[in-house]
Design a binder for this molecule. Structure first.
Ligand SMILES: Cc1cc2nc3c(=O)[nH]c(=O)nc-3n(C[C@H](O)[C@H](O)[C@H](O)COP(=O)(O)OP(=O)(O)OC[C@H]3O[C@@H](n4cnc5c(N)ncnc54)[C@H](O)[C@@H]3O)c2cc1C
Length: 320
C-alpha cells in the first residue's frame, strides 16, 4: 500500500518524532511507496536523514511557513492525492494533533490518534491506542478505505535502511490563510525541547519552592535531559506552563523519566506512564508513583538529587 508521512520541522530540521513516523510508515507500506510531505525551511541533510528510514519520495512545500492547520491539512490532502496514499501518518505532537482530524474530515478517512503499535497483520488494519488516561488499551479497527493515524512518539522506535528519496518541490494552491502568526517565540530557552527529550528530569510540589529547582536543572544538564513538572507546580508559577506534563499537559514517552517529589496522581501518570524507564524519588514509601516505577528511591530529594549529580559527574569524568 502507499503511505504518506507528514514531517514537521523546527529550526531547519525535521523533529525527532518525524523520523519514527517515517520508519513506521515505511514498515506498514510493506513494499509500496512511502512518501513524506514537509514544509517550510528544512535542510538537505535533514531530508537525507528522513529518507534513510525507507522513504521513496519527499514532497517539499518550501513556499509555506504559516503553520495554519487548515492550510496544512489542504497541503497533506494534495500530497495524499499526488502520491495515491491510502494511509497518512502524523506524529502525535502539537501539529499532528491539530492537522490530522482536519485531514481525516477532508478525506472522509477514518482517524485513530495516539497509536502505539504497528497495525495488525491479519488484514483488518487494527491499531492499538491507550485510553482512560493510560489505564487501558483499545484495539481499533478501521472501516474506511483511507486511514489517518497519529503515532505517539517513542512507541515503536525506528529502523534505518539504505534508501534514498527523490525530493520534489511541491507548492499546491492552498488559498489564503485563515490565521496570521503575529509573533513566534521559541520556548524552553537553551534547554532541550521537552517533546524531543529522550531523558527527562521532572519535579513536583515535594521541592517546596521555585528556588530549589537549581539541582533539578543541574541534574538535567549533566544528563543531557529536558525538564518537566507536575501541574500544581506550573499552576502556582514555580515553573513555566510548557513544562507541565500529564493528562492536561504534555504527554511524553522518554527513554528515562526521573520523578522527584511527585506523588504520582493518575492525572500525572497519564502523561508519563509510557516512558521506557521510570525512576521515582520520594520521601513517602506509600506514594502511588512507586507502583509505576522501575526504580524507586525512598528518600529526601535534597539529599538524593545532589548525590545523583555527583555520581553522574564522577561517571562522566571516568569516561573522559
Ligand atoms: C482534571 C484534573 C487534571 C489534572 N491534570 C494534571 C496533569 O496533567 N498533571 C499533573 O501533574 N497533575 C494533574 N492534576 C493534579 C493531580 O491530581 C495532582 O494533584 C498533582 O499531580 C500533584 O502534584 P505533585 O505530585 O507535585 O504534588 P503532591 O501531590 O503535593 O505530592 C508531592 C509529593 O512530594 C513528596 N515529597 C515531599 N517532600 C519531599 C522531599 N523532600 N523529597 C522527596 N519527595 C518529597 C510527597 O511525599 C508527595 O508524594 C490534575 C487534576 C485534575 C482534577
Amino acid at each position: 500500500m502507499n503511505v504518506l508521512v507528514f514531517a514537521d520541522s523546527f529550526n531547519g530540521s525535521a523533529v525527532k518524532a518525524a523520523h519514527e513516523a517515517a520508519s513506521y510508515g515505511a514498515k506498514i507500506a510493506n513494499g509500496g511507496n512511502t512518501s513524506i510531505v514537509t514544509y517550510g525551511e528544512i535542510s538537505e541533510s535533514s531530508m537525507n536523514e528522513l529518507a534513510s528510514y525507507g522513504i521513496t519520495n519527499i514532497l517539499h512545500a518550501n513556499g509555506i511557513n504559516d503553520m495554519d492547520p487548515a492550510r496544512l491539512a489542504k497541503l497533506v490532502e494534495a500530497a495524499a492525492n499526488e502520491t495515491g496514499a491510502e494511509v497518512v501518518i502524523f506524529s502525535h505532537d502539537y501539529t499532528g494533533k491539530s492537522v490530522a482530524p482536519m485531514l481525516a474530515a477532508r478525506m472522509k478517512a477514518g482517524l485513530v490518534t495516539g497509536v502505539i503499535d504497528y497495525p495488525s497483520t491479519d488484514g483488518s488494519f487494527t491499531v492499538k491506542k491507550a485510553v482512560f488516561s493510560g489505564k487501558a488499551l483499545a484495539e481499533v479497527k478501521f472501516n474506511t478505505e483511507k486511514k489517518v493515524i497519529s503515532l505517539l512518539p517513542n512507541s515503536v522506535g525506528k529502523t534505518k535502511t539504505e534508501a534514498s528519496a527523490n525530493v520534489t518541490v511541491f507548492n499546491p494552491d492552498l488559498g489564503t490563510s485563515s490565521v496570521t502568526i503575529k509573533e513566534f517565540k521559541a520556548k524552553g530557552g537553551e534547554g532541550i525541547l521537552l517533546t524531543e527529550a529522550e531523558l527527562v528530569v521532572s519535579a513536583g510540589r515535594g521541592l517546596k519552592g521555585p528556588e530549589n529547582w537549581g539541582m533539578i536543572e543541574e541534574l538535567a544538564k549533566e544528563l543531557g535531559a529536558g525538564t518537566a513538572c507536575s501541574r500544581p507546580v506550573s499552576d502556582i508559577g514555580w515553573r513555566p506552563h510548557h513544562e507541565h506534563v500529564g493528562q492536561t499537559g504534555i504527554a511524553i514517552r522518554p527513554n528515562l523519566y526521573i520523578a522527584v517529589g511527585i506523588s504520582g496522581a493518575i492525572q500525572h501518570l497519564a502523561g508519563v506512564n509510557g516512558s521506557k524507564v521510570i525512576v521515582v524519588i520520594n520521601t513517602d514509601s506509600d506514594a502511588p508513583f512507586f507502583k509505576a516505577a522501575d526504580y524507586g528511591i525512598v528518600g529526601d530529594a535534597f539529599t538524593v538529587v545532589p548525590k545523583l549529580i555527583a555520581a553522574v559527574k564522577e561517571f562522566k569524568a571516568a569516561q573522559a
